[in-house]
Design a protein around this ligand. Structure first.
Ligand code: SF4
Ligand code: SF4
Length: 159
Protein backbone atom coordinates (compact mmCIF):
# COMPACT_ATOMS: atom_id res chain seq x y z
CA UNK A 1 0.00 0.00 0.00
CA UNK A 2 1.41 3.40 -0.86
CA UNK A 3 2.13 5.83 1.94
CA UNK A 4 -0.31 8.70 1.82
CA UNK A 5 0.78 12.27 2.37
CA UNK A 6 -0.02 13.65 5.80
CA UNK A 7 -3.01 15.95 5.47
CA UNK A 8 -1.47 18.66 7.59
CA UNK A 9 1.32 19.38 5.11
CA UNK A 10 0.36 22.21 2.79
CA UNK A 11 2.17 20.47 -0.06
CA UNK A 12 0.38 17.16 0.40
CA UNK A 13 -0.97 17.48 -3.14
CA UNK A 14 2.35 18.55 -4.56
CA UNK A 15 3.76 21.84 -5.80
CA UNK A 16 4.47 23.14 -9.27
CA UNK A 17 7.99 24.30 -9.96
CA UNK A 18 10.24 24.88 -12.93
CA UNK A 19 13.47 26.86 -12.76
CA UNK A 20 13.49 29.69 -15.28
CA UNK A 21 17.20 30.34 -14.71
CA UNK A 22 16.46 33.90 -13.57
CA UNK A 23 19.42 33.73 -11.17
CA UNK A 24 17.61 35.39 -8.26
CA UNK A 25 18.71 32.60 -5.92
CA UNK A 26 22.37 33.10 -6.96
CA UNK A 27 22.26 36.70 -5.83
CA UNK A 28 23.10 36.22 -2.28
CA UNK A 29 21.38 39.04 -0.49
CA UNK A 30 23.28 38.27 2.68
CA UNK A 31 23.07 34.52 2.18
CA UNK A 32 25.88 32.03 1.63
CA UNK A 33 26.38 28.97 -0.50
CA UNK A 34 27.58 26.13 1.72
CA UNK A 35 28.70 23.21 -0.39
CA UNK A 36 29.20 19.88 1.33
CA UNK A 37 32.62 18.28 1.04
CA UNK A 38 31.17 15.98 -1.59
CA UNK A 39 29.81 18.99 -3.48
CA UNK A 40 33.27 20.54 -3.40
CA UNK A 41 34.67 17.34 -4.86
CA UNK A 42 32.15 17.33 -7.72
CA UNK A 43 32.68 20.99 -8.52
CA UNK A 44 36.48 20.63 -8.33
CA UNK A 45 36.40 17.66 -10.62
CA UNK A 46 34.10 19.49 -13.00
CA UNK A 47 36.71 22.25 -13.24
CA UNK A 48 39.57 19.74 -13.33
CA UNK A 49 41.08 21.02 -10.12
CA UNK A 50 42.15 19.36 -6.90
CA UNK A 51 39.97 20.04 -3.88
CA UNK A 52 42.72 22.17 -2.39
CA UNK A 53 43.18 24.28 -5.52
CA UNK A 54 39.43 24.67 -5.89
CA UNK A 55 39.16 25.77 -2.28
CA UNK A 56 41.93 28.33 -2.69
CA UNK A 57 40.39 29.78 -5.83
CA UNK A 58 36.68 29.72 -5.12
CA UNK A 59 36.04 29.46 -1.41
CA UNK A 60 36.52 31.54 1.67
CA UNK A 61 35.98 31.03 5.35
CA UNK A 62 32.88 32.29 7.03
CA UNK A 63 32.65 31.60 10.76
CA UNK A 64 35.08 28.71 10.43
CA UNK A 65 33.38 27.03 7.49
CA UNK A 66 34.01 27.28 3.80
CA UNK A 67 31.46 29.02 1.62
CA UNK A 68 31.66 29.96 -2.05
CA UNK A 69 33.19 33.37 -2.57
CA UNK A 70 30.91 36.10 -3.82
CA UNK A 71 31.48 39.52 -5.27
CA UNK A 72 29.19 41.16 -2.75
CA UNK A 73 26.14 40.58 -4.91
CA UNK A 74 26.46 37.30 -6.73
CA UNK A 75 27.94 33.89 -6.12
CA UNK A 76 31.38 33.62 -7.74
CA UNK A 77 30.02 31.05 -10.18
CA UNK A 78 27.24 33.27 -11.44
CA UNK A 79 28.04 34.35 -14.98
CA UNK A 80 26.34 36.24 -17.76
CA UNK A 81 24.37 33.15 -18.71
CA UNK A 82 23.68 31.89 -15.21
CA UNK A 83 25.54 29.28 -13.21
CA UNK A 84 28.89 28.40 -14.77
CA UNK A 85 29.07 25.07 -12.90
CA UNK A 86 25.41 24.20 -13.38
CA UNK A 87 25.96 20.45 -13.86
CA UNK A 88 28.08 20.37 -10.70
CA UNK A 89 26.20 22.91 -8.61
CA UNK A 90 26.03 22.04 -4.93
CA UNK A 91 23.17 20.35 -3.11
CA UNK A 92 22.03 23.64 -1.63
CA UNK A 93 21.41 24.98 -5.14
CA UNK A 94 20.08 21.75 -6.67
CA UNK A 95 17.45 21.39 -3.99
CA UNK A 96 16.20 24.96 -3.97
CA UNK A 97 13.38 25.90 -3.38
CA UNK A 98 12.46 22.62 -1.66
CA UNK A 99 14.43 23.39 1.49
CA UNK A 100 13.22 22.34 4.93
CA UNK A 101 13.01 25.96 6.03
CA UNK A 102 10.93 26.95 2.98
CA UNK A 103 8.55 24.02 3.43
CA UNK A 104 7.97 24.60 7.11
CA UNK A 105 4.71 26.39 6.49
CA UNK A 106 2.60 27.80 3.71
CA UNK A 107 3.56 31.24 4.93
CA UNK A 108 7.28 30.49 4.47
CA UNK A 109 6.54 29.08 1.03
CA UNK A 110 4.64 32.23 0.07
CA UNK A 111 7.64 34.32 1.11
CA UNK A 112 9.99 32.30 -1.05
CA UNK A 113 7.50 32.42 -3.90
CA UNK A 114 8.09 36.15 -3.99
CA UNK A 115 11.81 35.51 -4.57
CA UNK A 116 11.61 32.61 -6.99
CA UNK A 117 9.64 33.07 -10.19
CA UNK A 118 9.79 29.34 -10.99
CA UNK A 119 7.42 28.47 -8.14
CA UNK A 120 3.93 27.79 -9.42
CA UNK A 121 5.22 27.07 -12.92
CA UNK A 122 6.05 23.86 -14.73
CA UNK A 123 5.45 20.33 -13.66
CA UNK A 124 3.92 19.09 -10.46
CA UNK A 125 6.37 17.67 -7.92
CA UNK A 126 4.39 15.21 -5.81
CA UNK A 127 4.64 14.91 -2.05
CA UNK A 128 7.04 11.98 -2.12
CA UNK A 129 9.39 13.75 -4.54
CA UNK A 130 9.34 16.92 -2.49
CA UNK A 131 10.11 14.98 0.69
CA UNK A 132 13.00 13.20 -1.04
CA UNK A 133 14.50 16.52 -2.21
CA UNK A 134 13.87 18.19 1.13
CA UNK A 135 15.63 15.38 2.96
CA UNK A 136 18.82 15.92 0.96
CA UNK A 137 19.17 19.27 2.65
CA UNK A 138 20.03 20.12 6.20
CA UNK A 139 18.12 22.64 8.23
CA UNK A 140 21.29 24.58 8.90
CA UNK A 141 23.65 24.20 5.97
CA UNK A 142 27.31 23.99 6.85
CA UNK A 143 30.34 24.05 4.62
CA UNK A 144 33.46 21.99 5.17
CA UNK A 145 35.97 23.09 7.76
CA UNK A 146 39.63 23.72 6.90
CA UNK A 147 40.68 20.39 8.45
CA UNK A 148 38.13 18.54 6.28
CA UNK A 149 39.55 20.07 3.14
CA UNK A 150 43.16 19.46 4.16
CA UNK A 151 42.57 15.80 4.90
CA UNK A 152 40.51 15.09 1.80
CA UNK A 153 42.39 12.86 -0.56
CA UNK A 154 41.88 13.67 -4.18
CA UNK A 155 39.95 10.77 -5.61
CA UNK A 156 38.15 13.76 -6.86
CA UNK A 157 40.84 14.63 -9.34
CA UNK A 158 40.05 13.72 -12.91
CA UNK A 159 41.29 10.24 -13.66
S1 SF4 B 1 15.13 31.98 -8.21
FE1 SF4 B 1 13.95 30.16 -8.79
S2 SF4 B 1 13.58 30.37 -10.99
FE2 SF4 B 1 15.23 31.81 -10.46
S3 SF4 B 1 17.13 30.64 -10.83
FE3 SF4 B 1 16.60 30.35 -8.67
S4 SF4 B 1 15.39 28.43 -8.64
FE4 SF4 B 1 15.45 29.15 -10.76
S1 SF4 C 1 26.75 27.59 -7.50
FE1 SF4 C 1 25.63 28.18 -9.31
S2 SF4 C 1 23.47 27.78 -8.80
FE2 SF4 C 1 24.62 27.87 -6.87
S3 SF4 C 1 24.46 30.00 -6.18
FE3 SF4 C 1 26.37 29.79 -7.35
S4 SF4 C 1 25.82 30.42 -9.42
FE4 SF4 C 1 23.91 29.96 -8.34
Amino acid sequence: MSKSAPKERFYARGLHFECTGCGACCKLGGGFVYPTLEDVGFAARHLELSVNKFTEAYMELHEGQYVFKNDGDNCIFYGENGCTIYEARPTQCRTFPFWKANLKSQYRWKLIEEECEGIGQGRLFDFVEIEAIKNQTSQTPAGPKPEDVKTTPDPLLPS
